[in-house]
Each structure stands twice: as C-alpha cells, then as structure tokens.
Design a protein. Structure first.
Length: 96
C-alpha cells in the first residue's frame, strides 16, 4: 500500500513540476509531466514488485543419481519412468 501511495505522490509531483517549470503551453506541460510521472511510477512499481515478490534462488541441480537417464547428441531424448507418448522429430508423427 505504501508503494502505491508513493507512486501516486511521485506522479502528482511530476505533473505539478511539469506545469510549473516547463516553458510550453499548459496542456503540453501537464501532459509531459504526466508522462514522466507515469514512467517513474511504473519503474517504482516494478522495482517494488521485484523486491516484494523475490523468493530464494532456485536450488542447484542434483548430482547424477544412479539409474537416471542421460542423452547426448543433437537429436537425443532421455526419459525415465514415463508412461505417456513422446513425439520427437521434425514432423511430429507418432511411431510405436
């Protein structure tokens, strides 16, 4: 809630400063201030979202466990414990 309020304040300050400081006619000054305020408020919101929503970094991949499948080569596929159909190749036809 604090970030939303802060973003609105920043937006309002940009509009006010644009109206007071820029040398153009009033509608252009307010529009320019509103555009700058929207950009700054968006950056603040994105930053806050990344800070608030950040989680711990993903765990590193586990070491190779005996019995796991590995594949090497340009068109290789490795599966283990798969009960479904796997379609590979360029045209996607199922071969059984």
């Amino acid at each position: 809630m604090l970030v939303i309020f802060g973003s609105l304040v920043v937006f309002g300050l940009c509009v006010l400063l644009g109206d007071l400081l820029l040398p153009w006619d009033q509608s252009t000054r307010i529009g320019t201030g509103a555009g700058a305020g929207a950009v700054i408020a968006g950056v603040v919101g994105a930053w806050a979202s990344s800070v608030i929503g950040s989680s711990s970094p993903p765990a590193p991949p586990a070491a190779t466990v005996p019995g796991t499948s590995t594949a090497s080569g340009e068109r290789s596929v490795a599966t283990q414990d798969n009960s479904g159909v796997i379609v590979t190749g360029d045209n996607g036809t199922v071969q059984r």
